[in-house]
Design a protein around this ligand. Structure first.
Ligand SMILES: *Cc1c(COP(=O)(O)O)cnc(C)c1O
Length: 396
């Protein structure tokens, strides 16, 4: 595989490698081919629509969390399916949503009743998001089954609504759940046990034609157990005579892109720090990439992105604590060690930066947005989007 020359890149910039994206897409496509299930791109995680033509060759369409995402998927992956889930739909937007979307998933029976007529008249397939009250997500802000969650209908509420109105499910053709985050198919298997136990009798209804397993399936990770996923899909499709949908975001673009940054300044004094019980000396260094602006999940998740050529703090002789060029003290990416002293202007390549990065960017502190580039074998590295002052000013 031709190597990308990161040294020629003006920083900061994201680069998405189409070859790596396509490797992921082939894996996802093979699951559709083997099971007959349908896989959608969750645009929340990756909305680089200049590559939707490529994604659309392999996947069945897009899913959206809002009107704007729905419109983007409809416009840019034209002719493919457009789905949407939103915790609550806006009355001013619903006419457009129902025109754009093939499937509309409602957060509750109450939401469905409110928009049912409009949705059915537009020919949308309507579904209810259920909350099986079982998840294995440890980071609470990513756990849709946390206590008091607003995401999805619990069995209790579902049955109470049906008791009040026995016809409440008229027109409903699908069920949806989303309770996973970066997980393997053994988690899915356990989630499904709970979904079946609670909602199995409803999935058996002849009106139910599809079940959407949501996202959070880390399918394109090397240790992902695809065989188990295939068994799970087949089991649900055969037992309930339904079509299964998956809507991964992260797995589509996993390890398919980089954020290239430069070292702007290195502090002159060392400080002591501890990692994994081991003490080491480090220096603060300032980059033209920011955790707060360009990789907010580093702070939110939190997680430690890989940098090409760097190791854990203290492992190699020179350790640096990288921070962004903002005034936020906590705008820290992490501590990394190198086999040489870093110089101003040196380039650093952060890995796995295609998903949940560009879609979350902001211009806090007036920090510039990184350019967006892509690579393919025909064009090499090519520009997709450049940003400037106007992008900052226009939103304020
Ligand atoms: C976030 C989300 C997804 C995508 O999740 P990934 O973790 O990126 O795979 C899919 N469906 C729904 C309803 C979501 O909220």
């Amino acid at each position: 595989m031709e190597k990308i020359n990161f040294n020629e890149i003006k920083t900061p910039a994201y680069i998405v490698d189409e070859r790596l994206l396509e490797n992921n897409l082939r894996v996802l496509r093979s699951i559709c081919d083997r099971t007959g299930c349908r896989i959608l791109l969750a645009q929340k995680g990756f909305s680089m629509y200049s590559l939707y033509h490529l994604i659309g060759k392999y996947l069945c369409g897009t899913t959206a969390s809002s009107l704007y995402e729905a419109r983007l998927g409809h416009e840019e992956m034209h002719g493919k399916e457009t789905h949407i889930f939103s915790p609550a739909y806006n009355e001013n937007e619903f006419a457009e949503i129902s025109r754009l979307c093939d499937h509309v998933v409602f957060n509750s029976i109450t939401q469905y009743q409110k928009f049912k007529k409009q949705a059915l008249q537009s020919g949308c397939g309507c579904g209810i998001r259920v909350n099986p009250q079982y998840a294995e997500v440890e980071t609470e802000i990513y756990n849709p089954c946390c206590a008091g969650s607003r995401l999805g209908t619990t069995l209790d509420v579902f049955e109470r609504d049906l008791k009040d109105n026995p016809d409440a499910l008229d027109g409903i053709t699908g069920l949806h759940f989303h309770v996973m985050c970066e997980q393997n198919s053994d988690t899915l298997e356990r989630v499904l046990e709970h979904v079946e136990k609670k909602f199995g009798s409803y999935m058996k209804l002849s009106q139910i034609k599809w079940v959407n397993f949501g996202g959070g399936h880390h399918i394109t990770r090397p240790d992902y157990d695809i065989e188990r996923l295939v068994r799970c899909i087949n089991h649900i499709q055969e037992t309930y005579d339904v079509l299964v949908y998956l809507e991964p975001g992260e797995a589509v673009a996993l390890n398919a892109g980089y954020l290239v940054a430069s070292v702007m300044s290195v502090q002159r004094e060392n400080f002591k720090a501890v990692y994994d019980g081991k003490e080491y000396e480090a220096r603060a260094a300032i980059l033209d990439a920011s955790a707060a602006c360009h990789m907010p999940d580093v702070l939110e998740m939190p997680y430690r992105p890989e940098i090409i050529g760097a190791k854990l703090p203290g492992e190699l002789p020179y350790t640096y604590r990288f921070g962004g060029n903002t005034c936020l003290a906590g705008d820290i990416i992490g501590d990394y060690s190198f086999d040489h002293e870093l110089e101003e202007g040196e380039k650093l390549v952060f890995c796995d930066m295609a998903h949940y990065s560009m879609v979350k960017n902001n211009t806090f502190n007036g920090i510039a947005l990184p350019d967006i580039l892509a690579y393919n074998d025909i064009r090499g590295v090519y520009p997709v989007k450049k940003f400037g002052y106007e992008d900052f000013k226009r939103r304020l």
